[in-house]
Design a protein around this ligand. Structure first.
Ligand SMILES: [Zn+2]
Ligand SMILES: [Zn+2]
Length: 276
């Protein structure tokens, strides 16, 4: 966990900030796949923590942007500059749309640079609405099917075809892996599509019913009590072995998830190493 909202005493040398950046290393037997999922809010924090964690950006094979909000994309240009070569960057085509939040006042929260600037810094943009396969049993979700009635998207707006409209965040995606003998691993950015929608979509996509681990932002900060309780019930039913909520999950949701799921649920903090 390169950047997360919470600091931990065990990793006091790292900086914390509202945002998310996760370094994912996948053991493929002879090879190791290294993916940087999201890049935090600010380049200073992301680069400081990568250095402090001894992660060499030059080793990154792929970058994956979970969605087009600044707190997941802000460090991209500087990480690309540090890598100093062409790197594939996977994102939904609408990640670079203008993105606003409506409350407490209208504010731009989209990607703080243009697609062309990212490309000039070395990004080879792989823009795709469909899932992208990174390796055997490792893929992105693509656009997430929305079926869970209580997981609605509110409070965001965008511009499409010249019109200012509500933003349903179609660009929201997660990173998935299927670990042999254990099951599905879901790493969500902000889960604007809804964490239960994402898990259901992922099970279908990977053809795996056992959910092993759910990690990342659950976007329940500020959500109504009813939605938090429904999410906790649905997660209990899905029965994952490991649940690590962080970033935009919200303290109330984390507490209820811990109460519902017991020791299986531990909040995330910057610097956490999760071995699966
Ligand atoms: Zn977001
Ligand atoms: Zn976020």
């Amino acid at each position: 966990m390169v950047v997360e909202n919470s600091a931990s005493l065990a990793n006091a040398r790292l900086w914390s900030q509202h945002g998310l950046c996760i370094f994912v290393e996948v053991n493929l037997g002879a090879d190791r796949l290294k993916v940087l999922m999201d890049t935090g809010s600010s380049p200073e924090v992301t680069l400081h923590n990568l250095d402090a964690l001894n992660i060499d950006p030059k080793e990154i094979d792929f970058m994956f942007l979970s969605h087009g909000h600044y707190d997941h994309t802000g460090g991209l240009i500087d990480v690309l500059k540090r890598i100093n070569r062409k790197v594939p960057v996977i994102a939904h085509p609408e990640a670079f749309s203008p993105k606003m939040k409506d409350l407490p006042f209208l504010k731009y929260i989209g990607v703080p640079f243009s697609r062309a600037e990212a490309e000039n810094a070395g990004a080879v943009m792989l823009q795709c609405r469909s899932p992208v396969s990174l390796a055997n049993s490792v893929m992105t979700t693509g656009e997430v099917e929305r079926v869970v009635p209580f997981e609605t998207v509110e409070g965001f707006s965008t511009v499409k075809g010249g019109l200012y409209i509500p933003d349903s965040m179609p660009d929201d995606q997660a990173l998935l892996a299927n670990i042999k003998g254990k099951g599905l691993v879901v790493i969500a950015g902000c889960a604007h599509a809804g964490i239960i929608n994402i898990i259901r979509h992922s099970r279908k996509l990977m053809g795996v019913s056992d959910v092993y681990a759910v990690i990342g932002g659950f976007h329940l900060a500020g959500s109504k009590e009813e939605r938090i309780a429904s999410t906790a019930r649905a997660l209990l039913e899905l029965d994952p072995a490991i649940v690590r909520p962080g970033h935009c999950s919200g303290q109330r949701a984390v507490s209820l998830l811990q109460e519902t799921l017991g020791d299986r649920c531990q909040p995330l903090a910057t610097g956490d190493l999760i071995e699966l």
